[in-house]
Design a protein around this ligand. Structure first.
Ligand SMILES: [Zn+2]
Length: 371
């Protein structure tokens, strides 16, 4: 902003307003009579032995309190005392100092609050909506070659860590494969799958869908079922997970979170190493389970099988895993030392069917209502 004295603006008020004050240099107690003027936010002091110009933003100006002089404090310890309150008020007001200062501060607060609110909103929507949406977007655009790689890696990891080769006779495996292959998937379903049988070992009766379309069914689940349609019902449910790419989406979501966190921490390479872990820790959301249940129910009905078969199998699985948990708890009470070790391995495994399949009771009711 120009401060040329020929400008008419300057002739109007700021330069013409003067206020008398006393200046103390902060080193001696001597008071200097000075005249204050204010122009373009620069406060000028003029006196017999004083000539000082300071930007007003560098000064602290006390609020008027009764008859006490207002203090204008300088950074170097000097100060002015102003007894002419009305004149001081006019001076500050004429340059709109008071207004703009208050307004500026208010605006700054408003901006800070808005920025904080925005940050919270971004993180919240990002996590609850944006992240799943981004994961879904990516999941449905990944080429099959990438899926195949992810899946084979995953099954390999699970085989090394948890599973043993299936003890089901080959003809029993083939019969189940053929039964499931005969079922028509729901209209529009693109899901491609490959069915694998494994001895579940520590995970017991279980079934899971891997990102590449591999469905793993444990011998224990086959043994638990009272009817083959119950096994087919679980397979239909797992096919629903594959069709909606739930596992892949969880994996991508976990990777994004891990990437962002490690980027923030500064160690991106750990993300790649962590992919198998992410896969094992993946938990489907309730929405994913509902979606897979709906898919399974539609598929079963279209092929003349009651969705109750899925509800029955869920109930069997829940009961079996509750028994298992109870036995483990009893074992723990008998042998506390061994128990701690067991707990460690259990926590790291994908085996907890109830944890990976939440709200079983609610799902059973929904399926039974549906028929
Ligand atoms: Zn599921």
């Amino acid at each position: 902003m120009s401060t040329s004295p020929s400008e008419p603006r300057n002739a109007e008020t700021p330069h013409t307003l003067q206020v008398q004050a006393q200046y103390f240099d902060g080193r001696s107690a001597r008071a200097h009579d000075v005249t204050l003027t204010l122009a373009d936010s620069v406060l000028s002091l003029r006196g017999a032995a004083v000539q000082r110009d300071e930007d007003i933003s560098m000064l602290r100006i006390s609020e008027p309190m009764g008859r006490a002089p207002r203090l204008i404090s300088f950074a170097d310890g000097a100060h002015c005392e102003v007894r002419d309150h009305a004149g001081m008020e006019r001076l500050l007001h004429a340059t709109r100092f008071t207004d703009s200062w208050v307004v500026r501060l208010q605006q700054r607060w408003r901006w800070a609050a808005a920025a904080a609110g925005l940050a919270v909103a971004v993180v919240f929507t990002g996590y609850h909506w944006g992240l799943p949406a981004a994961s879904e977007f990516i999941a449905f655009r990944l080429p099959d070659s990438v899926l195949a790689q992810l899946g084979s890696g995953a099954l390999g990891t699970l085989d090394r860590a948890i599973f043993a080769p299936s003890k089901l006779p080959a003809n029993r495996q083939d019969a189940l494969r053929a039964s499931f292959a005969r079922l028509l998937p729901p209209e529009g379903s693109q899901a491609r799958y490959a069915l694998h049988f494994r001895d579940g070992g520590p995970v017991g009766a279980n079934a899971m869908a891997l990102p590449d379309g591999s469905i793993v069914v444990t011998d224990q689940l086959v043994a638990l079922a009272r009817h083959d349609e119950e096994i087919l019902a679980v397979l239909a449910h797992e096919l629903g997970h594959i069709d909606r790419r739930h596992g892949l989406r969880m994996l991508i979501q976990g990777s994004i979170v891990a990437f962002v966190v490690s980027w923030y921490i500064g160690d991106v390479s750990s993300v790649a190493a962590g992919v198998p872990t992410l896969l094992l820790q993946a938990r489907y959301s309730r929405d994913h389970e509902r979606e897979a249940d709906r898919y399974g129910a539609v598929m079963l009905k279209a092929n003349g099988i009651s969705p109750r078969r899925l509800a029955d199998m869920l109930a069997l699985l829940e009961a079996a895993h509750r028994d298992k948990a109870q036995k483990a708890e009893e074992g723990r009470q008998k042998e506390p030392g061994k128990a701690a070790a067991e707990r460690g391995t259990e926590r790291g495994s994908i085996g907890d069917y109830l944890a990976s399949h939440p709200a079983t009771r609610e799902r059973i009711d929904t399926l039974n209502q549906g028929h």
